[in-house]
Ligand binder design. Structure first.
Ligand code: GRF
Length: 214
């Protein structure tokens, strides 16, 4: 299975994927920003990199057309958004229907968009987390593949909460890609996505605050 990863910055999720020993070929990592730290990480892992700056194009449609052309040179089975900080046009998203995946730092459909950790703290939720989902034209609303929940603690700051969530992002993104590579991802007719041979029988329940509080 051939995979293209799109990034804009740090690239820690990309790194988790590259280091997960997955049965896939990473054909290319493409960034819209030349200064993205993730580009160095990809190169250090021997993965070809490319930069396509959105500022070089007059509008979103022109950029997305050029980006798709660059991606399609590699004939990927899967396109991974790993901190790619751009809204994608409908045409782009539909071109990669069912093979475009994103990770979002919240338990969707709660907190779509930006500043998720600040908003989770402000809302007073006791569970927060991250979501791997297929991308559809509505931002952060596509079918969910896997989620991880973490507790929100009384002393959390956006940074401490982000770090707890990020640790789980690095767990579930490689899991999701492995399922995809193994052909175990099932789209049901009702639009919900499941994993064949999943762990439904051993689902964990997370209660926060802990019921063990004295
Ligand atoms: C992650 O929190 C991811 O969920 C969000 O953007 C951030 C990217 O971080 N989409 P990194 O570049 O993978 O370190």
């Amino acid at each position: 299975m051939k995979v293209v990863i799109l990034i804009s910055g740090r690239g820690s999720n990309m790194r988790a994927l590259l280091e997960a020993d997955l049965p896939v070929e990473f054909a290319c990592v493409i960034s819209n920003r030349a200064e993205a730290k993730g580009l160095e990480i990809a190169a250090a892992h021997g993965v070809p990199t490319g930069v396509l700056k959105h500022r070089d194009y007059p509008d979103r449609a022109a950029y997305d057309t050029a980006l798709a052309a660059e991606i399609d040179r590699h004939e990927p089975d899967l396109v991974i958004l790993a901190g790619f900080m751009r809204v994608l046009s409908d045409a782009f998203v539909l071109h990669y229907e069912r093979r475009l995946i994103n990770i979002h730092p919240a338990l969707l459909p709660a907190f779509p968009g930006l500043d998720t950790h600040e908003r989770a703290l402000a809302a007073g939720v006791k569970l927060h987390g991250c979501t791997v989902h297929f991308v559809t034209p509505v931002v952060d609303a596509g079918p969910i593949l896997v989620q991880a929940a973490v507790p929100v603690l009384p002393d959390d700051t956006p940074a401490s909460l982000a770090a707890r969530v990020l640790e789980q992002e690095h767990r579930i993104y490689p899991m999701a890609m492995r399922w995809f590579a193994e052909g175990r991802v099932i789209w049901r007719e009702d639009g919900r996505v499941f994993v064949r041979g999943g762990t439904n029988a051993t689902c964990a329940v997370l209660v926060s605050p802990s019921p063990d509080i004295a």
